[in-house]
Design a protein around this ligand. Structure first.
Ligand code: HEC
Length: 92
């Protein structure tokens, strides 16, 4: 029973992660690569002078950038992208 719960938790976490990455990659990379360089869109999150320093800032930024991207996301979808970005780049 305990194992089943652990397996389900891992599956749930990886599904949320995969959804966040999918949402992010389809709506956010084009504009960021025009700001950075072709194929280097995600370096906007790792550059030395990056702007985001806390979770509240990241949440706010994802919301405003998702409007710029014209992505009609629910708050849950935005949350999935926040989780993907913090797990992958920010570690907040
Ligand atoms: C129309 C252009 C555009 C789109 C589309 C866009 N962004 Fe951005 N994004 C920007 C700009 C401009 C900045 C700020 C760059 C700066 O301050 O130097 C930025 C910065 C960010 C940052 C902060 C990076 C840092 O410095 O730490 C995050 C996080 C971010 N965007 C998330 C997203 C997400 C998530 C999406 C997809 C929903 C997205 N962006 C789509 C233009 C865009």
């Amino acid at each position: 029973m305990k194992w089943l719960m652990i397996i389900m938790a891992v599956l749930w976490t990886s599904t949320v992660f995969a959804d966040g990455k999918k949402l992010h990659d389809s709506s956010c990379m084009q504009c960021h690569s025009s700001l950075m360089a072709p194929n280097k869109a995600n370096e906007i999150y790792t550059r030395t002078n990056r702007k985001i320093t806390n979770l509240a800032g990241l949440t706010k930024r994802v919301r405003s950038c998702s409007l710029a991207a014209d992505a009609d996301w629910t708050s849950e979808q935005r949350q999935q992208v926040v989780r993907y970005l913090t797990d992958t780049y920010y570690g907040l």
